[in-house]
Design a protein around this ligand. Sequence first.
Ligand SMILES: [Zn+2]
Length: 402
Amino acid sequence: MTSEPTAEVVDLCRDLLRIDTTNTGDNDTSVGERRAAEYVAEKLAEVGVESALHESAPGRANVVARIPGADPSRGALLVHGHLDVVPADADEWSVHPFSGELRDGYLWGRGAIDMKDFDAMVLAVVRHWQRTGVRPPRDIVLAYTADEEAGSDYGARFLVENHRGLFDGCTEAIGEVGGFSYSVNDSQRLYLIETAEKGIDWLRLHAKGRPGHGSMVHDDNAVTALAEAVARIGRHRFPVVVTDTVRAFLEEVSDLLGVELDPDDPETAIAKLGPIANIIGATIRNTANPTRLSAGYKDNVIPGRPPPPSTAAACPASPSCWNGSCASWSARTSRSSTSSGSRPWRPPSTATWSRPCPRRCAPRIRARVRCRTCSPAAPTPRRSRSSASAASGSPRCGCPPI
Ligand SMILES: [Zn+2]
């Protein structure tokens, strides 16, 4: 039957994959979101679903529709997916990331599992409903958003702040990561339910040393200090914290796999999960990954202050504990890299890293840390020479100086 959602879902997904919706985090270089939103609106309109495009900035569009349910007294269900994707370098791919190529029974492309697959599935089901006269039991609000991959300022946040009424009556929401399945064995496949998002904090580390000529003996090289700090961050393993939902997941998978998985030894257990070990492994501890690095301006010159790298870090258990950690961490990094006479930087102890955030969100330390949890409006960090001078002035977040 041509009206079956499965008959067209691959085509819908392939069409979406072929629309390059790369979100670079910069409006000048991000592309395609409006085109993708228009495509979705067109596919909804074909079956009589009226939708509206909400453009938050030129080219950055969201599309929202409401499908009336049979029982208006029930709360509406929000079903949402994002249309943007992270950048993809075609040289690193065996197929072109925006070709939507079908190969070996799989559809390939940037966004195929994050999350144009889900976008297409929802679209296919809704079109099927419309064609066959199915009315959902309650209102369904569809939202296809921009900018999920870079903070959602032009997507979900824009809609909530500027078009809150679109979500009137919504009592539940379903979104990412739909369609992301895990095959336990040849006959059993799990569809995971995400119960929370990891918190995230972007760090930008700066180091300061003594500039000099690259050919000389030099004991205060900012590049060396920064590289050492970044390497330690990248290798650091945070303490394990098993939340109730992760524990329940491990117990459930243990039963399904028919193997001994000890939730009290989650690392051993998770290593047995195969392809999803990296995903589940990130739910039991904070993770930190350096993502960008740059330094210097000439091959034979030691710079005094290399440009900063960014370190992406996320916290599954408690965003607040991360902020407490990074403040301490960055302060130590800064000290070691700015004075040749100071103690070498060491990773903080476990106790320090896992300490609940004492609201020390580091607006006063030399290393720049944006603390969104304690203070979304935290001022740009100042470079203070002493804690006494740091104590003057009051950060908007009310955090004590470090
Ligand atoms: Zn996603």
